[in-house]
Design a protein around this ligand. Sequence first.
Ligand SMILES: [Zn+2]
Ligand SMILES: [Zn+2]
Length: 263
Amino acid sequence: MSRYRKYQRKIRRYQKKLSRQKSKLKKKLSDFKHFIYKIGISSTEEFRLDKNSTPISFPSHLGVIFIGEFDNDTILFQSILENLEKIFPSFFFHIHHLGSYDFSTEVFSKGIMKELKDIEESSELLSLHPTNKFHQLIISKKEQYNLDQIIAITDLPLYSSSDNNIIFLIGEAHVPHQSCIVSTLKLRETFYARASNEKLFEERLNKEIIHEIGHLILGTEHCDTQLCVMSYSDTIEKIDNKSTLLCNKCRIRLRIVKQKYNF
Ligand SMILES: [Zn+2]
Ligand SMILES: [Zn+2]
């Protein structure tokens, strides 16, 4: 009898533990859903980017746009500006701060109201932003401001329009359209449930921005030198393991571009 009671107590303990875990998990899921709904876009319909692009020449006018909730975009921009001018000297006539941008209004005017409706109707629909939507949006901004290149920095989760298997993409460059995007989501220590570290975040962000702008200038190829900022990095560890600088080989490639455009 006592053994029976002992087992019963054990079972109750496990049941309690299980229900605690369940409610924890439920809360996590609802937080995540809330986050996705807040940004309000599904991936059921993709934008298709047209293949026509305008030829680029250097030096260029580059625009930097912030999409999402950034309360310190002016400070961030200053650091981005200094880094880009250091790594790509004389490549830009001017780097323009296009400010913070509210995504939602443009989304409506882009005619994807239906998708927003879908989300309201289906509480189970969870998806991320395909990068083509960002590219299309910022390419139109690039044209509006008469710029040659544009980079968007967003705190929203992204996935690549060209590869559905990758979720929570960190950055992507669209070379023919001279547009690129960096998502800050995975760059923050808080994403990994660690204490916030602004300095580290800024360094990671600058590495990724230099990397994507590097693609716009040098092409889609990655560098095989691990320390080089143009090496491929899909995890935060790989980003932390590389420097903010170009290796000698990439610096030579940069010089060739300079010679080509004669500046
Ligand atoms: Zn890359
Ligand atoms: Zn390199």
